[in-house]
Design a protein around this ligand. Structure first.
Ligand SMILES: *Cc1c(COP(=O)(O)O)cnc(C)c1O
Length: 459
């Protein structure tokens, strides 16, 4: 399979390039030249597969140039063997709504599902190529923890994680800062997530710097994360749908990575009706769906911090597809966004987007009410991100044949959940020793030179 950048379709890249670089050299995002599509016969073969078998089938489609069938089987098996659910994910019912729980990995959020494979893939690629790399990643709270868990104690690889100082939950922070491993470095940046993401993007864009440290990225712009997340759309569909019915997915959304994986699943032939973009007060995606204007505002701090994002990077992949892979058009739109602080999607293209997507946002008060109500009526504790997914599905009256992605374990946001329900979520038994006492991180300002110098001093 060949890959191109959303901003230049002339140059092709291999899966390995795409995996190691993360971001295309021209600042665009990597996408497959064409998205493969299953016919009805092929789709039927997914019906009775286990999670791991589904994963092997999907992953092979995208990276068989780099990994053999046995290597992929091995990657999947070793990545998921310690998950607390035999089939990686679990299902629950909230009345007619289906809940797809994605938090059975080591750091209690869906990010583990992709990140565990990424860690093992780095292992394999570095071993084969005798390389040394440095990962630099920005996190709104969960990516960092998942990445650290997947990369810690590995040879020939160091990881630098930038999180917004005091803007993530205590448990989120401790999952990162109490990990004792010589190749792990935590940076608390005194800004918000968008500042962290911008710093990382600037370091990538600085060719001298990024080449000199062999920089690699695992943010949700890394194409491989999308691939590993496509898997649970397929698996959950075939586990719950009857006949060939179409179902909706409601997805708590920040950087547009998780829901874009659903979009790719739909393009691959999965019978999806609507993809519901559920946002908190940082509602740039809801606004663009309603008006066609993509215009970042100031980031608001909310009780669902992993979605406190105004620049939803993966959105570029969607518009690339909507504009029929016209990379000149995408470059122009992204330049507009840079220069004018706004990008406009015209009527025809907006209509195309609306055929697939719907969107609403929830305030913090609404989110708390959802957590309280779901506990009272169904005796289930849900985390604030999941609550946004549930609340938005209800707001849009998409109750039947709808799957809500439950993206984090309630324990990770204990304080908020306790305030709404008076119940303390419990840490799963097997994770009792996951967090240590002693925290270590470096506090740094939003200053590119200082961050670069810190990284250079550690490699
Ligand atoms: C990262 C995250 C999200 C948002 O996912 P995106 O891929 O950024 O849209 C939602 N919920 C939780 C718990 C997360 O960690």
């Amino acid at each position: 399979m060949e890959y191109v950048s959303t901003r230049n379709t002339q140059k092709v890249f291999s899966f390995k390039d795409v995996f190691l670089k993360g971001l295309a050299p021209d600042g665009g995002l990597f996408v497959p030249k064409t998205i493969p599509k299953y016919n009805l016969e092929e789709l039927k073969q997914f019906k009775n597969l286990s999670y791991n078998e589904t994963a092997e089938k999907i992953i092979s489609k995208f990276c068989s140039d780099e990994f053999s069938k046995t290597e992929i089987e091995d990657l999947v098996l070793s990545s998921y063997k310690s998950f607390r659910s035999k089939n990686v994910v679990e299902f629950k019912k909230i009345g007619n709504l289906n809940l797809l729980e994605l938090f059975y990995g080591p750091t209690l959020a869906f990010k583990d599902i992709a990140m565990q494979i990424i860690g093992n893939m780095y292992g394999k690629i570095l071993e084969k190529g005798n390389l040394k790399i440095n990962i630099v990643v920005a996190t709104s709270g969960d990516t960092g923890a998942a990445a650290i868990n997947a990369i810690k104690n590995r040879k020939n690889i160091k990881i630098f994680v930038l999180h917004p100082y005091k803007k993530i939950s205590e448990i989120q922070r401790k999952f990162m800062t109490t990990v004792k491993s010589e190749n792990v470095f935590n940076l608390a940046i005194t800004g918000n997530f968008d500042d962290c993401q911008k710093l990382v993007k600037s370091m990538f864009a600085d060719k001298n710097f990024s080449t000199s440290i062999n920089m690699s990225g695992v943010n949700s712009i890394n194409w491989s994360r999308i691939v590993f997340q496509i898997v649970y759309y397929f698996y959950s569909y075939f586990k719950t749908a009857t006949k060939d019915e179409k179902i909706n997915f409601s997805v708590p959304t920040g950087n547009f990575g998780d829901i874009y994986a659903g979009y790719v699943a739909k393009k691959m032939g999965l019978p999806i009706n609507k993809l519901i973009i559920a946002t908190n007060k940082n509602d740039i995606l809801t606004r663009v769906i309603h008006s066609g204007s993509y215009k970042p505002k100031k980031v608001e701090h909310t009780i669902s911090p992993s979605m406190d994002i105004q620049i939803a990077s993966n959105f570029e992949r969607l518009i690339f597809d909507i504009f029929s892979s016209d990379s000149n058009k995408i470059s122009k739109l992204m330049t507009d966004l840079n220069n004018k602080g706004e990008l406009i999607i015209e009527k025809n293209e907006l209509e195309k987007i609306k055929e697939v997507f719907e969107s609403e946002s929830l305030t913090d008060d609404e989110t708390k009410s959802v957590i309280e109500e779901i506990y009272k009526t169904h005796n289930i504790l849900i985390d604030p991100h999941t609550a946004v997914g549930v609340g938005v599905a209800k707001k849009l009256s998409k109750i039947n044949r709808t799957m809500v992605l439950s993206t984090a374990h309630p324990y990770k946001f204990s304080e908020v959940v306790y305030k709404a329900t008076n119940v303390h979520p419990k840490l799963p038994e097997s994770l009792k020793n996951a967090m240590g006492e002693k925290e270590s991180y470096e506090k740094l300002p939003v200053n590119l030179t200082k961050v670069k110098n810190y990284i250079l001093s550690k490699i």
